[in-house]
Write a protein of this length. Sequence first.
Length: 56
Amino acid sequence: MNWPIIISIAVVLVALIIFLVKKNMKDEKDLEKKIKNDYLKENKDVKDEGRDAAAH
């Protein structure tokens, strides 16, 4: 067998898996931050609407 080719492919696959895991973790953190910010804005808008209705 061609061990150098098999080892090269294995190294590339391991590097790809590491890259994908790191990218996934970063994307997950960004998504959580976005969801949290959107929820806070939405919650604030609902409270502001309640104050407007009570003032009228």
